[in-house]
Design a protein around this ligand. Sequence first.
Ligand SMILES: [Zn+2]
Length: 335
Amino acid sequence: MIERCTVCVIPASFPGVTFDNRGVCSICQKFEAQKEYIPSSALLKHRLLEIIDEARSKKLKYDAVTAFSGGKDSTFLLYILKKEYHLNMLAVTLDNGFMSEHSFKNMRIVLDHLDIDHLIIKPCSGLMKEIFRECIISDIYPEHLTNYGSAICISCIRMVNNMCLRTAIEKNIPLVMLGNSPGQLIQSENEIIYQDNKIPYPLRKRLFKSLADKIGENVYYYLMLGQKEYKTEPFPYIINPYPLIGYNEEEIYRTIDKLGWKKPDDVDPHSTNCRLNSLGIVVHKERLNFHPYDYEMSMLVRLGILSRDQALRRVEDSEGKALELAKEIRGEIMS
Ligand SMILES: [Zn+2]
């Protein structure tokens, strides 16, 4: 009986996965046959530089909105974009009401150090709680999303992307930079540089219909743009630079340490900024019987970014502290 792939860490409970007689999963087999993670990597790198040059040539107040959670990945991204790509950035933070207090301290220290303007968007907490509550008590997203993350994180990430995009449109900023790790980019290389105005409006709305039915039409504003906003010309580019610029956790920690960033002590060991993370994990495992990080961590193993043992440690049973925190936050949300 296979529990996890012998190469990566994908568990047998992951939807649709099969194993060969060596215990290697179908995702690893497909990855191996495909050989390259990003077939047109060289082209995309060139395209990234082109888009950045074009943005900078406009001499606008800001070249890019950068989603900034205060976590390690977005902190390092800000640093690289400022120091190596010389972008004028507006750091945008979505405060979901459950951010670690320590993480705000990190944000201030890092942004002071890098001399970057900061915009914090904080939606009313009642609505945020209602959204997260629905993520706990019902299945609101389809499998093609929940395979790659918890419903709580999906909701939050959608809001972050949407608020960054809206800010870019309102302030006439040509680029939106996101700090997803290479393992979080899932479907295809089209997720590295794209303009998110191609999906038909009714189709996009359908994704959040179940939430809207339960909580009210008001949620659409936070999760997607309005019809008119999608028609903005020129439409901002969304860029996930990590697969192109390289992702190395040791380098990330080493660099942000020099910026004064400290690992928060008020979150679970697997998050560097959000107190909701552990609850997202617990609920996901209860409802779907696999870890919301299984896919991401297994991809990081395939890419040689993490060893299989390192990845295993991140997807195996949570420590007491994380479970305690999850329990506490569940109480807060359900009350
Ligand atoms: Zn595998």
